[in-house]
Each structure stands twice: as C-alpha cells, then as structure tokens.
Design a protein around this ligand. Structure first.
Ligand code: SF4
Length: 111
C-alpha cells in the first residue's frame, strides 16, 4: 500500500535523472524550512540558471508536471507549475486523489 502512494503518478522513463546538472545541489532545488520569500527568489534564480544548461530540461519539466512534484524542477518553480495547470499535491492525500482521478478517467474511456 505504501509503495503505491509514493509511486510516480505517470509511468515515464527516469534515465534522464542521471544526466541532471543539479546532482549534488539539492539545497538549491528544495526549500528549507521557513524560507523567507526573498531567499526563495534568490535560491530559485540560482536553480533556474543551472536548469537552463541542463540536457534533461524538457524531460525533467514533463516529469515534474505530470507527477505534481514539489520543489524546483525543469526550470520551473512550484508556483510556475501551478500557473501552468500542474499544481503540486500534498505528499500522500493529494497524490492519491490525483491517481484516483486519472484511474477513473482511464476507466471511463475504456467503457
Ligand atoms: S532541468 Fe534542472 S532540476 Fe531538472 S535535472 Fe536538469 S538541473 Fe535538475
């Protein structure tokens, strides 16, 4: 049961993750506790600069959008993904809800 809650919402290749220019720089891509807005802007600008040079940018952005990831992925912040219609979900309840909605849509198409 726990495995299914943390599984990706969309099955996609993850081979591109090994090519990420962000390797070893997680502190720039995920917010620390109680981060101030000004610090977030600075941190995300640094992350964006790294993403712009990354060969995996397109695949990373798609992954983050489809899987409703938290943090900075594929040159996009959580706010930017939300504005594009891919709002991050809460880790457990939100991911389960999105997975259930997608399963219901797939079932409706199959009938
Ligand atoms: S696009 Fe950005 S977040 Fe995605 S793998 Fe590349 S450097 Fe990392």
């Amino acid at each position: 049961m726990l495995d299914s809650m943390y599984a990706p919402l969309v099955e996609m290749s993850t081979e591109w993750m090994g090519d990420g220019a962000c390797s070893g720089k997680s502190d720039l891509f995920f917010a620390p506790f109680a981060e101030r807005p000004e610090a977030r802007v600075r941190r995300e600008n640094q992350a964006r600069t790294i993403c712009e040079e990354c060969s995996a940018l397109g695949q990373c952005r798609t992954w983050a959008r489809e899987n409703r990831e938290l943090g900075f992925w594929g040159g996009e912040s959580e706010a930017e993904r939300a504005a594009a219609g891919f709002a991050p979900t809460t880790p457990i309840i939100g991911r389960r809800r999105v997975a259930e909605e997608r399963a219901a849509k797939a079932l409706a198409k199959a009938v």
